[in-house]
Design a protein around this ligand. Structure first.
Ligand SMILES: [Cu+2]
Length: 252
């Protein structure tokens, strides 16, 4: 049963690195709750302690005594150190140790995919049998991304018209696609199934329609699908069809 609590939670994490994002998210949320409770205790506690009922004569203070300033500085420093500085440190570590460890197609098994965002759909391109992008045998799909499980997938992304954002909630992954620039991202997913892809950048009137399907196959199923699609591409891709010519030469 899906109740409001489940609906407000992020969807199931199916990736090898998604837990890093989740733990950062939880850490930030927990500390914000902690400081929120602390502020509430102060606010309501002092309102009670210094209420008119308990203090017949008013006492005026401007909070500018040395101990007031010191106390304020300590609270400020604690927030800065435990939240700001610490999440910067954690995310920096995650980037260096995981997200920026780019898989190398020359030395390991990596599936490469080119992604094009446009108003209002996502297109995907696989290199095809010749292993070269932007050639006649490329497998091209619209709003339909298929990848194998337990395999690193490296994406190079761009956009045709305006800035879009490639968002896969189950992988905890979001990256802008920008006209005239290639951004990149990689993932490894652990669970076969079907998942949502969305655009996370308000990109025009039909932004909400810009959704695609991610299918994660077992390795055999993926290879079977790819072989069939490659055959189909070689038979039917029309070199004069300008709608298919949006790819580019892959550069590592
Ligand atoms: Cu978009």
């Amino acid at each position: 049963m899906q109740n409001w609590l489940q609906l407000s939670m992020p969807p199931k994490d199916i990736s090898t690195n998604g837990h890093l994002i989740d733990s950062l998210w939880n850490y930030t949320t927990m500390l914000c709750i902690f400081y929120f409770v602390l502020v509430c205790i102060g606010l309501f506690g002092f309102s009670y302690l210094y209420s008119r009922k308990r203090n017949k004569t008013p006492y005026y203070t401007y909070g500018n005594k040395k101990q007031h300033l010191l106390f304020t500085a300590i609270i400020g420093a604690a927030v800065f150190l435990t939240i700001d500085l610490n999440i910067t440190r954690i995310s920096n570590n995650d980037l260096l140790e995981q997200f920026w460890k780019w898989p190398n197609p020359a030395t390991e098994k990596v599936l490469r995919v080119e992604v094009m965002g446009q108003q209002w759909m996502w297109s995907f391109r696989y290199a095809g049998p010749d292993n070269e992008f932007n050639t006649k045998d490329d497998v091209i799909t619209n709003n339909d991304l298929r990848v194998p499980v337990n395999t690193k997938v490296l994406f190079h992304l761009t956009a045709k018209d305006v800035i879009h954002s490639f968002f896969v909630p189950n992988v905890r992954l979001k990256v802008d696609t920008i006209p005239g620039r290639i951004t990149r991202v990689w993932w490894e997913v652990k669970e076969p199934g079907e998942y949502d892809i969305a655009c996370a950048e308000m990109c025009g009137t039909h932004h909400y329609l810009m959704k695609a399907r991610l299918t994660v196959y077992s390795e055999e199923d993926f290879n079977r699908w790819l072989a069939t699609s490659e055959q189909l591409a070689m038979n039917t891709n029309d070199p004069d069809d300008t709608n298919l010519a949006w790819g580019w030469k892959w550069e590592n």
